[in-house]
Design a binder for this molecule. Structure first.
Ligand code: SF4
Length: 217
Protein backbone atom coordinates (compact mmCIF):
# COMPACT_ATOMS: atom_id res chain seq x y z
CA UNK A 1 0.00 0.00 0.00
CA UNK A 2 1.57 3.28 -1.04
CA UNK A 3 0.34 6.87 -1.06
CA UNK A 4 -1.67 8.23 -3.94
CA UNK A 5 0.92 10.64 -5.33
CA UNK A 6 -1.73 12.42 -7.34
CA UNK A 7 -3.36 9.27 -8.64
CA UNK A 8 -5.05 6.33 -7.01
CA UNK A 9 -3.06 4.67 -4.23
CA UNK A 10 -1.25 1.72 -5.72
CA UNK A 11 1.07 -1.06 -4.74
CA UNK A 12 4.50 -0.30 -6.16
CA UNK A 13 6.76 -3.34 -5.97
CA UNK A 14 10.16 -2.44 -4.58
CA UNK A 15 9.09 0.97 -3.24
CA UNK A 16 9.90 1.26 0.44
CA UNK A 17 11.21 4.80 0.71
CA UNK A 18 10.60 7.08 3.66
CA UNK A 19 7.24 8.79 3.84
CA UNK A 20 6.19 12.35 4.50
CA UNK A 21 3.78 13.06 7.36
CA UNK A 22 1.01 13.52 4.81
CA UNK A 23 1.75 10.21 3.09
CA UNK A 24 1.83 8.49 6.47
CA UNK A 25 -1.61 9.94 7.29
CA UNK A 26 -2.97 8.88 3.92
CA UNK A 27 -1.90 5.28 4.53
CA UNK A 28 -3.42 5.29 8.02
CA UNK A 29 -6.71 6.55 6.62
CA UNK A 30 -6.55 3.92 3.87
CA UNK A 31 -6.11 1.22 6.52
CA UNK A 32 -9.28 2.39 8.28
CA UNK A 33 -11.30 2.97 5.11
CA UNK A 34 -10.49 -0.45 3.65
CA UNK A 35 -12.41 -2.25 6.39
CA UNK A 36 -15.19 -4.29 4.77
CA UNK A 37 -14.75 -2.89 1.29
CA UNK A 38 -12.50 -3.21 -1.74
CA UNK A 39 -9.50 -1.03 -2.43
CA UNK A 40 -11.11 0.65 -5.42
CA UNK A 41 -13.75 2.20 -3.17
CA UNK A 42 -11.05 3.29 -0.74
CA UNK A 43 -9.12 5.00 -3.55
CA UNK A 44 -12.18 7.04 -4.48
CA UNK A 45 -12.58 8.20 -0.88
CA UNK A 46 -8.87 9.05 -0.54
CA UNK A 47 -8.90 10.99 -3.78
CA UNK A 48 -11.88 13.01 -2.55
CA UNK A 49 -10.10 13.75 0.73
CA UNK A 50 -7.06 14.86 -1.24
CA UNK A 51 -9.11 17.02 -3.58
CA UNK A 52 -10.74 18.67 -0.55
CA UNK A 53 -7.23 19.35 0.81
CA UNK A 54 -7.92 17.96 4.24
CA UNK A 55 -5.20 15.31 4.50
CA UNK A 56 -3.98 16.97 7.64
CA UNK A 57 -4.64 16.10 11.29
CA UNK A 58 -5.69 19.62 12.29
CA UNK A 59 -8.07 19.90 9.36
CA UNK A 60 -9.53 16.44 9.90
CA UNK A 61 -10.32 17.16 13.53
CA UNK A 62 -12.09 20.38 12.57
CA UNK A 63 -14.14 19.13 9.63
CA UNK A 64 -17.77 18.38 10.46
CA UNK A 65 -18.68 14.69 10.73
CA UNK A 66 -21.33 15.21 8.05
CA UNK A 67 -18.83 16.68 5.57
CA UNK A 68 -16.30 13.92 6.33
CA UNK A 69 -18.98 11.29 5.81
CA UNK A 70 -19.86 12.73 2.42
CA UNK A 71 -16.21 12.68 1.33
CA UNK A 72 -15.65 9.04 2.31
CA UNK A 73 -19.07 7.76 1.30
CA UNK A 74 -17.68 5.51 -1.45
CA UNK A 75 -15.89 3.35 1.12
CA UNK A 76 -19.16 2.19 2.73
CA UNK A 77 -20.02 2.23 6.47
CA UNK A 78 -19.13 5.90 6.15
CA UNK A 79 -20.73 7.03 9.44
CA UNK A 80 -18.74 4.49 11.45
CA UNK A 81 -15.58 5.14 9.46
CA UNK A 82 -15.92 8.89 9.91
CA UNK A 83 -16.09 8.32 13.68
CA UNK A 84 -13.10 5.97 13.56
CA UNK A 85 -11.07 8.57 11.65
CA UNK A 86 -11.98 11.29 14.14
CA UNK A 87 -10.96 9.07 17.08
CA UNK A 88 -7.69 8.11 15.38
CA UNK A 89 -6.85 11.72 14.52
CA UNK A 90 -7.69 12.85 18.06
CA UNK A 91 -5.35 10.17 19.44
CA UNK A 92 -2.52 11.33 17.16
CA UNK A 93 -3.04 14.98 18.11
CA UNK A 94 -3.11 14.14 21.81
CA UNK A 95 0.31 12.51 21.39
CA UNK A 96 2.01 15.54 19.95
CA UNK A 97 0.49 15.79 16.48
CA UNK A 98 3.14 13.90 14.55
CA UNK A 99 1.99 10.53 13.29
CA UNK A 100 5.50 9.51 12.39
CA UNK A 101 6.79 10.29 15.88
CA UNK A 102 3.90 8.51 17.59
CA UNK A 103 4.09 5.39 15.42
CA UNK A 104 7.84 5.10 15.75
CA UNK A 105 7.61 4.68 19.54
CA UNK A 106 8.10 1.34 21.36
CA UNK A 107 6.35 -1.21 19.15
CA UNK A 108 4.24 -3.08 21.71
CA UNK A 109 3.21 0.15 23.40
CA UNK A 110 2.13 1.81 20.14
CA UNK A 111 0.34 -1.33 18.97
CA UNK A 112 -1.52 -1.44 22.28
CA UNK A 113 -2.49 2.22 21.93
CA UNK A 114 -3.82 1.63 18.42
CA UNK A 115 -5.77 -1.44 19.53
CA UNK A 116 -7.23 0.61 22.37
CA UNK A 117 -8.95 2.94 19.89
CA UNK A 118 -12.55 2.25 18.96
CA UNK A 119 -12.81 0.64 15.53
CA UNK A 120 -9.16 -0.42 15.24
CA UNK A 121 -8.62 -4.16 15.34
CA UNK A 122 -5.41 -6.17 14.84
CA UNK A 123 -5.49 -6.09 11.02
CA UNK A 124 -5.97 -2.32 10.87
CA UNK A 125 -3.42 -1.65 13.62
CA UNK A 126 -0.84 -3.87 11.96
CA UNK A 127 -1.47 -2.37 8.51
CA UNK A 128 -0.83 1.06 10.00
CA UNK A 129 2.34 -0.13 11.72
CA UNK A 130 3.72 -1.94 8.68
CA UNK A 131 2.72 0.32 5.80
CA UNK A 132 2.57 3.77 7.41
CA UNK A 133 5.30 3.36 10.03
CA UNK A 134 7.47 0.73 8.30
CA UNK A 135 7.54 -1.39 11.47
CA UNK A 136 8.27 -5.13 11.20
CA UNK A 137 4.76 -6.43 11.92
CA UNK A 138 3.21 -9.07 9.67
CA UNK A 139 -0.36 -8.27 8.63
CA UNK A 140 -2.87 -11.11 8.70
CA UNK A 141 -5.96 -10.77 6.55
CA UNK A 142 -8.60 -13.05 5.07
CA UNK A 143 -6.34 -13.87 2.10
CA UNK A 144 -3.41 -14.84 4.30
CA UNK A 145 -5.63 -17.07 6.45
CA UNK A 146 -7.20 -18.78 3.45
CA UNK A 147 -3.87 -19.53 1.79
CA UNK A 148 -2.30 -20.72 5.05
CA UNK A 149 -5.18 -23.13 5.62
CA UNK A 150 -5.05 -24.55 2.11
CA UNK A 151 -1.27 -24.75 2.01
CA UNK A 152 -1.44 -26.84 5.17
CA UNK A 153 0.55 -24.34 7.26
CA UNK A 154 -2.16 -24.02 9.88
CA UNK A 155 -5.49 -25.78 10.22
CA UNK A 156 -7.48 -23.13 12.06
CA UNK A 157 -5.47 -19.93 11.60
CA UNK A 158 -6.14 -17.61 14.50
CA UNK A 159 -4.77 -14.06 14.09
CA UNK A 160 -1.97 -13.98 16.64
CA UNK A 161 -0.82 -17.56 16.06
CA UNK A 162 -0.64 -17.04 12.32
CA UNK A 163 1.18 -13.76 12.79
CA UNK A 164 3.72 -15.50 15.05
CA UNK A 165 4.15 -18.19 12.40
CA UNK A 166 5.02 -15.67 9.66
CA UNK A 167 7.20 -13.55 11.90
CA UNK A 168 9.14 -16.62 13.06
CA UNK A 169 9.53 -17.90 9.48
CA UNK A 170 10.75 -14.69 7.81
CA UNK A 171 13.66 -12.36 8.55
CA UNK A 172 12.45 -9.50 10.72
CA UNK A 173 12.37 -6.87 7.98
CA UNK A 174 9.38 -4.63 7.30
CA UNK A 175 10.15 -4.48 3.58
CA UNK A 176 10.14 -8.29 3.36
CA UNK A 177 6.87 -8.53 5.31
CA UNK A 178 5.23 -6.05 2.95
CA UNK A 179 6.47 -7.80 -0.19
CA UNK A 180 5.49 -11.24 1.11
CA UNK A 181 2.05 -10.02 2.06
CA UNK A 182 1.61 -8.40 -1.36
CA UNK A 183 2.51 -11.70 -3.03
CA UNK A 184 -0.07 -13.53 -0.92
CA UNK A 185 -2.70 -11.00 -1.94
CA UNK A 186 -1.76 -11.45 -5.62
CA UNK A 187 -1.93 -15.23 -5.23
CA UNK A 188 -5.35 -14.97 -3.58
CA UNK A 189 -6.67 -12.77 -6.37
CA UNK A 190 -5.20 -14.73 -9.27
CA UNK A 191 -5.51 -18.32 -8.07
CA UNK A 192 -6.41 -18.92 -4.45
CA UNK A 193 -9.85 -17.38 -4.74
CA UNK A 194 -12.88 -18.34 -2.65
CA UNK A 195 -13.17 -21.19 -5.13
CA UNK A 196 -9.50 -22.00 -5.84
CA UNK A 197 -8.12 -22.14 -9.37
CA UNK A 198 -5.27 -24.58 -8.67
CA UNK A 199 -4.37 -25.35 -12.29
CA UNK A 200 -1.39 -23.16 -13.11
CA UNK A 201 -0.98 -21.94 -9.53
CA UNK A 202 2.73 -21.15 -8.96
CA UNK A 203 2.76 -22.88 -5.55
CA UNK A 204 0.72 -25.93 -6.54
CA UNK A 205 3.63 -28.28 -5.86
CA UNK A 206 3.90 -27.09 -2.24
CA UNK A 207 0.22 -26.88 -1.41
CA UNK A 208 -1.65 -29.56 0.56
CA UNK A 209 -4.97 -28.71 -1.03
CA UNK A 210 -3.49 -28.34 -4.51
CA UNK A 211 -1.68 -31.68 -4.33
CA UNK A 212 -4.80 -33.39 -3.04
CA UNK A 213 -6.91 -32.13 -5.91
CA UNK A 214 -3.95 -32.33 -8.35
CA UNK A 215 -4.89 -28.91 -9.67
CA UNK A 216 -8.12 -30.29 -11.12
CA UNK A 217 -9.91 -27.09 -10.27
S1 SF4 B 1 -2.68 -24.76 -5.30
FE1 SF4 B 1 -4.82 -24.15 -5.17
S2 SF4 B 1 -5.33 -24.13 -2.99
FE2 SF4 B 1 -3.09 -24.15 -3.18
S3 SF4 B 1 -2.47 -22.01 -3.09
FE3 SF4 B 1 -2.71 -22.53 -5.25
S4 SF4 B 1 -4.84 -22.00 -5.75
FE4 SF4 B 1 -4.66 -22.06 -3.52
Amino acid sequence: MTPANGRSPIYRPGFWGSLSEKECLEICLGAILTQNTNWENVCKALMRLKAARILDLEKLIKISPRKLQSLIRSSGYFRQKSRKIKIFVEAALSRGGSLKDWLSGPLEKVRGELLGLWGIGPETADSILLYAARRPVFVIDAYTSRISRRMGWMKNPEYSRLQEFFEASLSRKSFLYAEFHALLVALAKNHCRASPVCAGCPVLGFCAHGLKTRGDR
